[in-house]
Design a protein around this ligand. Sequence first.
Ligand code: PXG
Length: 458
Amino acid sequence: MTTTSDTPRTRDWQDLDRRHHVHPFVDPQSVKERGTRVIVGADGCHLVDADGRRILDAMAGLWCVNLGYGRRELARVAAAQMDELPYYNTFFRSATVPAIELARVLAELSPGTLGHAFFSNSGSEANDTIVRLVRRYWDLKDRPTKKTFISRIYAYHGSTMAAASLGGFAKMHEMGDLPLPGFEHIMPPYWYAFGTDAETPADTAARAARALEEKIEELGAENVAAFIGEPVIGAGGVVPPPPNYWPEVQRICRENDVLLVCDEVITGFGRTGEWFGAQTFGIDADFMSMAKGMSSGYLPISAVLMKDEVFHVLSEGGVIQHGYTYSGHPVSAAVAIENIRLMRQEGLVERVRDDVGPYYQAALQRLAEHPLVGEARGVGLMGALELVKDTSTRELFEPMGEVGMACHEHCYDAGVIVRAMRDVVCTSPPLSITRDEIDEMTEKIRIGLDRTVETLGL
Ligand code: PXG
């Protein structure tokens, strides 16, 4: 397993890191005992660590480097924009050309009438923005009691106070006394973890949609502002919903005057084989949040898209008392525009839909034959392997998470980065991945699975 490196230079970085750096989503004790993996370079789908090892990044960073690493075009655009105008804000009736242009590009790319964009720097900020704008919307519609957001268990919407309240992770809620008031959670359409033996995945999905209807009834539709969901739950374990789920959710939202919010932070920009997950699943969202793949992670930027009629209501209400110093940052916006231009020019989204996506999904299904894997599932270029104690009964490991973490470590040692969440092993490679690299990924994951079985004596 990866531990403190033998290479002197790497050891120096690790020592410094221990001394001064606080890491997100990491147990500081593990950094102290085992050191961090120091990444120093990258190209295409491969990273290089401080020991000079090449590792296949089957996670595209954190679900974000859609175009792959080392794209000089993005670096050149960033440098040119820094020369021309490194910063100006979009407050107080100011604007910059890249921010204006990016808003137009997003309006053009997105489905339906999502014609207006508000910019921030991260997915969390985008979702916080949505909470404030949605509540404002209902105030302006003279329905000020409509305040509560309904979300789902295992949803991930970010780490700020409101975004983590939207999220459905008990462990995250423990830190900072969350959720805040006005955030409710229902079951997701996740057959493997929530389905009964008598149910098909479609039955579980129907029950998950009914849970929304019941929650609205319990709270009173007059108190419910919006339902938020990732078209495909991502960090919660890549859970593609059966086809009956979203149409039913949409019907329930419409019938109850509840706004429908799609969190496209992972599913946006080609991940599911369309530009947005809402297109893959036929969702007519009132709001969308997006980040990550929007700039392929080269610079931080996010956006909230809203329907024209929603913006119309907001625009009649006076000053929008919300914004970030770097909303619509010109360098980030210029990089996002170039990223989208390159994705279009290279037909990356179609490539996911017609070529590497199906190839990757077939590779995952072959991994499902491994004795540790109870289910392989996914859509486009996102996928999951559910590791279980008993594949015939869906019995999970206890305590949850140890097998997944061991597999993650063994995969890293085999030369591939995956994401382990509970005992679910997720992958989400750059959209630029080749068939050969998908084969490399599959073989290395197979080695990781085998070693997990060997070392844990499973
Ligand atoms: N929504 C979704 C669907 C996300 O996946 C966010 C919002 C928040 O974005 P920012 O940019 O604020 O991080 C995310 C982020 C993981 C992991 O554990 C996933 C994310 C972030 C960090 C770790 O796989 N997703």
